[in-house]
Design a binder for this molecule. Sequence first.
Ligand SMILES: NC(=O)c1ccc[n+]([C@@H]2O[C@H](COP(=O)([O-])OP(=O)(O)OC[C@H]3O[C@@H](n4cnc5c(N)ncnc54)[C@H](OP(=O)(O)O)[C@@H]3O)[C@@H](O)[C@H]2O)c1
Length: 284
Amino acid sequence: MPSPPKTYLILGATRGIGLELVRQVLALNHRVIATQRSPSASLKVLKESYPDSMRILNCDVSDETSITEFVRNVGALAENGEFLSHEGDRKGLINTVVFNAGILTHPARITEFSSQFLIHLQTNTLGPLSTASKLLAHPRLCFHNLVFISSDSGSMGRWLDHEDGFAAYGMSKCALNMGVRHLAAELARKSKGGEDGMGEGEGEGGGKREEKGVPVVMAVHPGEVRTDMASAVELDWVVEGQMEVEESVRGVLDVVERKGWGGVEEMGRGEAGFWDWNGEVHPW
Ligand SMILES: NC(=O)c1ccc[n+]([C@@H]2O[C@H](COP(=O)([O-])OP(=O)(O)OC[C@H]3O[C@@H](n4cnc5c(N)ncnc54)[C@H](OP(=O)(O)O)[C@@H]3O)[C@@H](O)[C@H]2O)c1
């Protein structure tokens, strides 16, 4: 039996992994809020095919004003009740947010320090975490899964010695991972303390927010994927196991279904997971 439609919010949806996420989620009969920085012809075409299941909003995750405006616009979709389904008595439910927007400028080395370090941190680390914080604080929104597209380049536990020139990118994803772990812990602590501030207030039981009401938080490495990001860099090494974007995205969506809210291998709250696109644990 087909599962009831869910709502996904995909940040950075104009190209590559983000655009394919939108395509696959719509093909599965779910609803999507897709974000762009500037008008995207690809998203416009999809919207023409799925006028009822799709909304397009603007968001530049490196710009706090843009993030604030974007969160207000997401909240408006809950307020008028026309797009987001309602959880409990009054919250617009977004089942899964995918923080996918990211940049990679190569090379960016510590020994040749440049403004690229700040730009990577702003876009790949602070932007997604600030957006998550603002979404969670919105009184009319609630969430089941918060999925941050990270990278094996950000792993301390599985150091990639050959990745010359990946310092700014790797640092930004490593810091993102640490932020993701703190986010999961903070949400669980706040829920146990009965403190509001996560956008949901009361748990499903109607009393204080229960642990079950806390979103599942995860970082996902999508694999080595043939996208603009990958083709824009000239490397001295062969990238092993590169795949097409369709395969990566099928895997990412499967990980969210299995490890996310209500999944058969659903994670506990308070501890974020770091997964590869194929469902294997990635060392932090
Ligand atoms: N491809 C890989 O092999 C690989 C491996 C590991 C991790 N990742 C991660 O996967 C994610 C997607 O990568 P991709 O390969 O699909 O890259 P991509 O083809 O370059 O697409 C990047 C997307 O992010 C958006 N974006 C960039 N900066 C943004 C900003 N400041 N605000 C909002 N959106 C912004 C872009 O929008 P515009 O069209 O407006 O530029 C585009 O939609 C990234 O987080 C990346 O680090 C990719």
